[in-house]
Design a protein around this ligand. Structure first.
Ligand SMILES: *Cc1c(COP(=O)(O)O)cnc(C)c1O
Ligand SMILES: [Zn+2]
Length: 399
């Protein structure tokens, strides 16, 4: 069955999820789980347990897809006292490439293997970090050509990490926000499936973070879920999953979704504080949480809606608070997280200070990425102009 897409906001339908809705908001997959219960979980590894709620199944042979999802929830006294509530730390650093991005990459590759994406042979992504690494690793596992578009000024260490999996890497000069749209346009022209931060299949894969959390707390639910947010893709997936569980009658009330940003670049938190309906681009300064510094988040408005719909909050924390949370995770709990992952713990602590949570609350804190990802490889990544991208991608796609 072909995939069908729908707009969360205006309800319009679309047949191609790589575009946006006419209203300007991102589309997501039109999945209507009329019946689902935890008994319907299938006997499969990782995130594939939730196959009845996903658009694709575990590929055969499963390859790296078998390793995606199924991350543990860690309890540690040091984290409880640091935050001032009962912390349930979701360790996304345990994924094959060290971040939750593997959930979306696994699902996208599974959909391609199942022929759900028509003619696309190659996969691509626009990212300067974890998503690039994740997409490249899964493409390598499934023998798909992969092109990764990174900003021109990417640090060489990051290139080394991505380059391990041998994708085609192009360092693109020009507006990074514009690159996101341009990649989708050129991708549909050249049969390259760009699975960017909030692409519908990535959102489907990222639903499983919330499915795992809710299953772990069943038949109850956590008092809140705290997630660092950048593009809003992960938040969209978590919100969609909660909605599907409620539609199926598995949960009654949605746990509050709290989204945390770095203060230097916090368009969603600022829109929330100002009671705005939509998220607008901000200037965006430097922060140590580089993976989540998106000044113009493509799913920002959708993430804001998720916060309001679940009765949560969008907030920001400064770099000192992020550093202190990162240090606490490492020295108190032995968990290495990257700065972006530490943002969630810093946010949970802030929410206790704000009186949102008390010490009796069970708070699911998603540590989205490991701090251990350091590697290097000899990488060739030519710097190219955005204007030259058309020709280069045509050549890459062999057209
Ligand atoms: C991508 C990423 C985020 C932000 O997720 P979005 O879906 O872009 O909001 C947070 N933490 C880490 C470690 C990431 O890699
Ligand atoms: Zn719409």
């Amino acid at each position: 069955m072909p995939l069908r897409y729908i707009c969360y906001d205006c309800g319009s339908r679309g047949s191609d999820g790589s575009g946006r809705c006419g209203c300007g908001e991102p589309l997501w997959l039109d999945t209507s789980p009329d019946a689902f219960d935890w008994d319907d979980i299938v006997d499969a590894p990782g995130l594939w347990r939730y196959e009845p709620l996903l658009p694709a199944s575990l590929p055969s042979p499963p390859s790296l897809a078998a390793a995606a999802g199924g991350t543990p929830l860690l309890r540690d006294d040091a984290l409880d006292s640091f935050v001032g509530a009962s912390v349930h730390l979701k360790l996304e650093g345990q994924q094959p490439t060290g971040s939750f991005k593997d959930r979306g990459s696994a699902l996208a590759l599974a959909a391609m293997e199942a022929g759900l994406l028509g003619e696309s042979e190659a996969i691509g992504t626009v990212s300067h970090g974890n998503m690039a690494m994740s997409t490249a690793a899964f493409a390598a596992a499934f023998d798909r050509p992969c092109v990764v578009l990174v900003p021109d000024d990417i640090p060489p260490e990051r290139l080394g990490v991505i380059g391990q999996f041998d994708p085609t890497i192009l360092r693109v000069r020009g507006d990074y926000g514009r690159l996101y749209e341009r990649s989708l346009e050129l991708g549909s022209e050249y049969g390259i499936r760009f699975v960017n931060s909030d692409s519908p299949l990535r959102v489907e894969g990222q639903k499983t973070t919330a499915l795992e959390l809710c299953e772990a707390f069943a038949p109850s639910t956590p008092d809140g879920i705290v997630l660092p947010v950048s593009s809003g893709g992960h938040a969209s997936g978590v919100w969609k999953a909660l909605g599907e569980l409620r539609a199926a009658g598995v949960i009654d009330d949605l746990p509050a979704l709290h989204l945390v940003q770095a203060a230097a670049c916090a368009p969603i938190a600022e829109a929330f504080a100002a009671d705005e309906e939509t998220v607008s681009a901000v200037e965006g300064g430097e922060t140590i949480a580089y993976s989540i510094a998106n000044a113009d988040p493509p799913s920002g408005t959708r993430a804001l809606r998720a916060v309001r719909d679940t009765g949560g909050a969008a907030l920001s924390v400064d770099d000192d608070a992020i550093r202190s949370a990162q240090r606490q995770l490492a020295t108190g709990a032995g968990v290495s997280v990257e700065t972006s992952g530490a943002v969630a713990l810093a946010g949970a602590k802030q929410l206790v200070a704000d009186g949102v949570f008390t010490e009796d609350d069970d708070v699911a804190v998603v540590a989205t990425g490991t701090g251990l990802t350091e590697a290097s490889a000899d990488v060739s990544a030519p710097a190219v102009d955005l204007a030259a991208l058309d020709g280069l991608l045509a050549e890459f796609a062999g057209r």
